[in-house]
Unconditional design. Structure first.
Length: 176
């Protein structure tokens, strides 16, 4: 639900050190608000103080909020703590792998760029028709009921040669 930023009430917070919100502001400006703040029915902030401060600095009029029905100070404090305690940051290795993957997507190899260029040129020359992708039927999971040879046997029964017929040497289209 969208809530006016100026209507949100900030009471005593556990976090005293807000830190640098400039990166969060840049992210919110570029990608929008990825996660809602959490407030009570009376618009009291429970979680998302840094997001709210960033929205205020960005001069947003409204912010996405999740409204929870909590009245007691104990419940509100529990939620504030839960929001900040049970999250896990990326490890340095995970972060590095993610940024490497992003870099490859943003800067594809020269061969991919050349192929994209010629695809674009030929598309312009020949009317921009795109090939339609052939739709594939979803593959069933092993051990589940699947349309393999007669239509109703389970894949594991067929694999074990126990499909209820006298002789079953025929393998279905999925090789089970």
């Amino acid at each position: 639900m969208k809530v006016p930023v100026q209507d949100i009430v900030i009471r005593e917070r556990v976090r005293k050190e807000i830190g640098d919100i400039a990166p969060l502001m840049a992210s919110m400006q570029k990608h929008g608000q990825l996660n809602p703040i959490t407030i009570t029915r009376d618009n009291e902030l429970i979680a998302g103080h840094r997001r709210l401060l960033s929205a205020t600095e960005l001069k947003w009029s409204y912010i996405d909020a999740l409204i929870v029905d909590r009245e007691s100070e104990v419940e509100k404090l529990q939620l504030e703590l839960e929001e900040n305690v049970h999250r896990k940051d990326f490890s340095p290795e995970e972060l590095l792998a993610g940024y490497r993957r992003l870099e490859k997507l943003l800067k594809p190899p020269m061969t991919r760029r050349i192929a994209n260029f010629f695809g674009h040129v030929f598309g312009k020359l020949f009317g921009g028709r795109k090939r339609k992708r052939k739709e594939r039927a979803p593959r069933p999971l092993l051990g589940t009921t699947a349309d393999v040879s007669s239509g109703t046997e389970s894949a594991s029964a067929l694999r074990d040669g126990n499909d209820g017929t006298e002789s079953s040497t025929e393998v279905g289209q999925y090789g089970v």
